[in-house]
Every structure is written in structure tokens, then in C-alpha cells.
Design a protein. Structure first.
Lengths: 146, 107
């Protein structure tokens, strides 16, 4: 069995969208468009650019994520670090990668958020106040799975 | 040992077990004796709680002389990482919003 400590986990969401890659690329990379579907931001499509995304704070999350652009390959691939570990109780630091793959019916838009670690949850264990929220999340997750 | 989120969840749903687990994660390896001193319940009760945590894969034990030492297994928490599915809901909503935007945009 693989060692779960070393293992990090990814979240993948994919959807076929009946639009051109160039148009989708604009929606993913122009800050005033990003704001329409994601969050308030000061994104710029330059490798090394640091930016923040902002939303209404939630319990355990400050409402801000500190990000940094790591790959810009128009109109195919975009990647940015999401979270520097300071924003939430869980200290989550992840990498968000967008991949656009042209297909007959449009473009397959794939978002992968990688880097979730088991230790991210252990951070909750060290903060008593975080537990009710972890357990609440677990409850919701278990409910969603059944 | 295969465990799932339900097992881990029910093991940690009990406040006394949660307190024991939190203490182990904060203080590192501890003996049953020391844990009993802080738990506010009897040693047999603490041992029973530790057995439940062990079955859930959340702690491991080690005999040294007459004492049994317990420590947290970080990897036992891996099933909890399924709360990530909540991030999944976040991104699916964002995908919906992205599609709405694309429908409104020119070419």
C-alpha cells in the first residue's frame, strides 16, 4: 500500500463547454471577467505574479487566498498556487491547474486542485476550536456520499 | 487496516475520545497512566477509548515494560480529507458561473 503521509490528493472538476479556447482563456485570465465567475481578484497572466482572491469570510476561512501564477500557456494551460497556509484553520496550500483541450463539440475545461495533505486535517486536531467544524464537514460529506 | 470516514468520524464524535486524541496530537506519545490523569475518567474507560481509536486507525500502541504508550497515527486521518468534496461543491458552482459568463460574452 502507498504511504498515505507522503500522498497528496487532488480534486478534479471537468466540463465540456461549447465555446472557443480563446474565449474561455479570456474568462480565465482577465481580472474583470474572473471576478464575474470566481472572486474579486488582482490577477494578471504573468508567471511569478502574486495576487489575492477575496470572498465573504466563512467559519475557519478568512475569505482571502494568497496566490501566485506559475504557468501561463495560452490558450491551453494556466496554473497558480492557491493559498500560502495563512488564510484558514486548515493551512491548506494547493496548486490550481486549468487545462483546455479542444474537442469536436467544444473545449474540455479541466480544473485540478492538488496538494491536499492528511496533515492539513491534523492541523485542526491541534486547534480545539477547529474540531466542531471538521466534524460538521465530515457529517455533510458522509451525508453527501450516502 | 482499512478504515473509512464513518469509522473515523464515530471514533472522534465522542468528546472524551476526542480530548484524548487531541492530547496525543498535542503532546506526542503518552502512557495510559498519564492519559488517565488528565481524562477525568477511570483507567479502564481510557483503555476502552484508546482501543476504539486504535480500531479506527487513529492511534498506535507500543508496550514498554508494564506501560503501554500511545501515539497519534497521522495517516489515520486520511479518510477525513474527504471533506475536500466540499471544495468540489465550490468548484462546481464556479464552473456554473463560468458557463453563465461565457454565454453572455461575445465570440
Amino acid at each position: 500500500m502507498i504511504d498515505p503521509i507522503a500522498e497528496t490528493r487532488s480534486l478534479v472538476v471537468e466540463r465540456l463547454m461549447p465555446h472557443s479556447p480563446e474565449k474561455i482563456w479570456r474568462a480565465l485570465t482577465q481580472p474583470w471577467l474572473i471576478e464575474e465567475w470566481l472572486m474579486q481578484n488582482d490577477f494578471s497572466p504573468e508567471v511569478g505574479h502574486r495576487f489575492t482572491v477575496r470572498a465573504k469570510p466563512l467559519p475557519g476561512w478568512s475569505g482571502v487566498a494568497h496566490c501566485e501564477v506559475v504557468a501561463v500557456e495560452p490558450p491551453r494551460r494556466l496554473a497558480y498556487r492557491w493559498g500560502d497556509g495563512t488564510e484558514s484553520d486548515t493551512h491548506v496550500r494547493t496548486l490550481v491547474t486549468w487545462t483546455l483541450t479542444p474537442e469536436a463539440e467544444g473545449v474540455l475545461v479541466r480544473m485540478e486542485q492538488s496538494g491536499f495533505r492528511p496533515q492539513d486535517v491534523l492541523a485542526h486536531a491541534r486547534m480545539g476550536a477547529g474540531w466542531p467544524r471538521v466534524l460538521q464537514r465530515l457529517d455533510q460529506t458522509a451525508g453527501a456520499l450516502q | 487496516m482499512p478504515t473509512d470516514a464513518d469509522t473515523v468520524f464515530s471514533a472522534l464524535a465522542d468528546p472524551t475520545r476526542r480530548a484524548i486524541f487531541q492530547r496525543l496530537s498535542r503532546e506526542g506519545e503518552q502512557t495510559v497512566h498519564i492519559l488517565t490523569g488528565h481524562a477525568g475518567v477511570s483507567q479502564p474507560a481510557v483503555s476502552k477509548h484508546l482501543a476504539t481509536l486504535k480500531r479506527a486507525g487513529l492511534v498506535s500502541d507500543r508496550r514498554a515494560g508494564r506501560e503501554t504508550h500511545y501515539r497519534v497515527r497521522v495517516e489515520g486521518l486520511a479518510p477525513l480529507v474527504d471533506w475536500m468534496s466540499l471544495y468540489g461543491a465550490f468548484w462546481r458552482d464556479r464552473f456554473d458561473a463560468l458557463e453563465d459568463l461565457l454565454a453572455r460574452m461575445d465570440g
